[in-house]
Design a protein around this ligand. Structure first.
Ligand SMILES: [Zn+2]
Length: 407
């Protein structure tokens, strides 16, 4: 990985360049005067760096020379296609990849179920995904400057190692090194929930807000935390395991071996289990027709369709999961006081039936001040929220990302 320039003059140049690019990214199109105001840089510094950026093709002038009285300032905007980024999301059952430009517009997409989960299988399938993505964009491959990976498990994101992947049954894979060697690109690896949180923070956070909680609900339940503008990793990179906080004292046994964890009552498996159990008891539901009487074939999509049709059994299952999620979120809100809570993951299509309950429970169970202003919403980018987060892990570097820039 190329290291940051260490000479103080070079470093300052790089930071100023990042400041200017970030100002245009967030508030553009902007005039040179506006950029100087926003960044508190000297006008001559802005002019010089902007000239470089235009020459590199990163920034372009627009809206100049219109026929008004007085001269309209020339506005500057990012050239979205100037740089491409590759992102991978390695989940417990599938691998997804995208190539995007600076505006998160997807240029190529890849998705496949995993066909093996050994360490070698994971590296092989990650490379297959990248190879296919690169093949899809052809000659534009040269624009891809870096690769971000969002992975299941506990990830040492400083070194790019997966430390523990419980769903795959192994420990320690130096995935970042393997991909760096294969493609000669800078690679960053991060836990999938953390990547999702970073993606949500980068695209769509209001300036001036720096604390965010992103929940990923699917086969498992996890979260990523942005605290004071940075990912919060904890001492062992395992922070954010909200799925294994206890919400039901006498609840069912969880995959982790303990009882009453949030995951055991609100994961997709738990939702399906609740629905099946009620169907077995003979409670009325349209889902019985959908599965043609075979309860074992019940899928999450059946549950969503039934809820959409107003099926009480399906709606109750969602409400119950929502109340447990709301409880865990209320507790988290009291601890970290976030401005936003985003919910995503495979549960995405069911969120219209879960979010209202979450909001209700949060309103009644969190403390007044942190509970009053927090916005609880579904994630941006829907089912792609994690892979877009993987892209953001590396996209930030173009802007010399530093959380203090937004303070
Ligand atoms: Zn657990």
């Amino acid at each position: 990985m190329p290291s940051r320039s260490t000479g103080s003059l070079e470093l300052m140049k790089e930071m100023n360049r990042g400041l200017i690019l970030n100002a245009i990214r967030q508030r553009g199109p902007l005039s040179r005067v506006d950029i100087a105001k926003q960044t508190a840089l000297h006008a001559s510094t802005v002019t010089r760096i902007v000239a470089d950026l235009i020459e590199e093709g990163m920034v372009r002038e627009q809206g100049a020379g219109e026929n008004h009285i007085g001269r309209k300032p020339i506005l500057l905007d990012l050239v979205a296609d100037a740089r491409f980024f590759a992102g991978l999301s390695i989940e417990a059952g599938s691998i997804t990849g995208v190539i995007t430009n600076l505006n998160a517009e997807i240029k190529a997409r890849y998705e496949k179920p995993l066909d093996g989960v050994t360490k070698e299988d994971i590296i092989r399938q990650a490379k297959e995904a990248v190879d296919q993505l690169f093949a899809d964009i052809g000659s534009q491959r040269a624009k891809v400057t870096s690769l971000g990976v969002a992975a299941h498990g506990i990830v040492d994101s400083v070194h790019g190692h997966i430390l523990h992947a419980p769903a795959f049954g192994w420990r320690r894979l130096e995935l970042g090194d393997a991909l760096r060697e294969a493609y000669g690109l800078p690679v960053k690896v991060e836990n999938n929930c953390n990547a999702m949180a970073m993606g949500q923070y980068w695209f769509g956070n209001s300036p001036g807000t720096h604390n965010l909680l992103a929940l990923k609900v699917g086969v498992g339940v996890g979260s990523g935390l942005i605290v004071n503008g940075s990912l919060f990793w904890g001492e062992d990179f395992s922070a954010g395991e909200i799925g294994h906080t206890m919400v039901a004292f006498d609840g069912p046994r969880c995959r982790c071996g303990k009882y009453g964890c949030l995951e055991s009552v609100s994961s997709i498996a738990a939702l399906l289990e609740q629905a099946r159990e009620r169907m077995k008891r003979g409670l009325p539901t349209v889902m019985m027709d959908a599965v043609q009487g075979d309860i074992n074939t019940l899928q999450f999509s059946h549950l969503c369709e039934a809820a959409k049709a107003g099926d009480e059994l399906a709606l109750n299952v969602f409400r119950e999961a929502g109340s447990y999620l709301g409880l865990a979120i209320a507790n988290a809100i009291n601890i970290i006081n976030p401005s936003r809570v985003l919910v995503g993951g495979d549960v995405f299509d069911g969120l219209p039936y879960i979010l209202p309950t979450i909001k209700q429970v949060v309103a009644s169970r969190s403390m007044e001040i942190p509970g009053r202003n927090v916005r609880i919403e579904s994630v941006r980018f829907g089912r792609d929220a994690v892979v877009m987060g993987a892209v953001v892990l590396v996209m930030r570097d173009v802007f010399y990302w530093d959380e203090q820039q937004l303070a």
